[in-house]
Design a protein around this ligand. Structure first.
Ligand code: HMG
Ligand code: MG
Length: 296
């Protein structure tokens, strides 16, 4: 049976903007974040403390965290000890670490293979948990890798098990390049629900092949009630060939509410938030709900 409520984790300010070609002013990002909070977003990825040489768009991470009013749970991404130190210095409270199942993807994204990345992260996560921080683990290429193709479900489960053994609070399991289908979504999430009943489990779908809504519905049927989404459908990983945006927050909220699943998120206000950033983007927003909003 389907849940009565679902949680939207807005990733637009992070996944949405990290891949944007135009430099977006910090003030515009802050207005965007404020508008998302006003729309009822209670959990959000604000920014990432990654190398500014690798991802120039996130170079203002300190300013973003320091200038954002705390509403609900606000995540920042950190790839390594340096990133976590920067995040702690900025008083971030919830940290998202990220590693892919695929070695080739990790080499491109974080310049380490999977085992090297995990070996370096272990003491970093242990310290965060000692300090009582909320830790979210983002599992990239959980279904497919742009370089290696289909991932083995056992490899994805094994990586999740390592994070679980470290005591992370949440697993956000990602279809990085939008290649999964609803049967694969159902199968993986059903398995993860069984393996990790004590963890928050979140589905992170990119919408490259317009399969994300179907994949979310399949994940709902497998018992998932947390979804990473990006306002305007912005996003994509700069180091994942062929990746386009995340599934649009406004379209997911519309689907969920239409089947009686409450999100607490206001679609009109999400579209107003999208309208704040759209003029500064290198491409226009074309989600279904945003198109309807602009025709009003
Ligand atoms: P590296 O070049 O191997 O780093 O990059 P290094 O450890 O050799 O250090 C080189 C220099 O970078 C040093 O400075 C470090 O201090 C500095 P130097 O001595 O040369 O002056 N440095 C840093 N500076 C600022 N912040 C840091 C940091 N770390 C080192 N955190 C590194 C390795 C991981 C840093 C780099 O590859 C990187 O930043 N990668 C991030 C890539 C990224 O942001 N990808 C997108 C996010 S993941 C994603 O989108 C997927 C997700 O949405 C789920 C899905 O859809 O799949 C989550
Ligand atoms: Mg992503």
């Amino acid at each position: 049976s389907l849940p009565n409520n679902a949680t939207i984790i807005e990733v637009g300010p992070r996944d949405g903007l990290q891949n944007e070609k135009n430099a977006i002013a910090t003030d515009v990002k802050l207005n965007f974040i404020k508008a998302l909070q006003d729309a009822g977003i209670s959990e959000m990825e604000l920014t990432s403390f990654v190398s500014p040489k690798w991802v120039p768009q996130m170079a203002d991470a300190e300013m973003i965290v320091k200038s954002t009013t705390k509403v609900g749970r606000q995540f920042v991404l950190a790839p390594n000890a340096t990133g976590v130190e920067r995040a702690m210095e900025a008083s971030a409270e919830a940290i998202a670490v990220f590693v892919g199942v695929s070695n080739s993807f990790n080499k491109k994204n974080i310049n380490k293979n999977t085992a090297e990345a995990m070996a370096r992260l272990a003491p970093v996560v242990a310290k965060l948990k000692d300090e009582g921080k909320f830790v979210r683990a983002c599992i990239s290429t959980a279904f497919y890798c742009p370089y290696e193709g289909k991932m083995e479900i056992e490899d994805t489960v094994a990586l999740c098990k390592i994070f679980a053994s470290w005591g992370v609070d949440e697993l956000s399991v990602a279809d990085t390049i939008g290649m999964a289908n609803p049967v694969e979504s159902y199968t993986l999430f059903k398995r993860l629900k069984k393996e990790f009943p004590e963890l928050l489990l979140t589905a992170h779908f990119h919408d490259t092949r317009k399969m994300a809504l179907a994949n979310i519905f399949a994940a709902l049927q497998a018992g998932i009630d947390r979804f990473d989404t990006s306002t305007g459908g912005l996003g994509g990983c700069p180091f994942a060939k062929g990746a386009t945006g995340n599934v649009a927050t406004e379209d997911v909220v519309h689907m969920l509410e239409s089947i009686g699943i409450h999100t607490g998120v206001d679609i009109d206000k999400i579209c107003q938030a999208a309208a704040i950033v759209e003029p500064f983007l290198s491409k226009s927003i074309d989600s279904g709900q945003y198109r309807l909003f602009t025709q009003k």
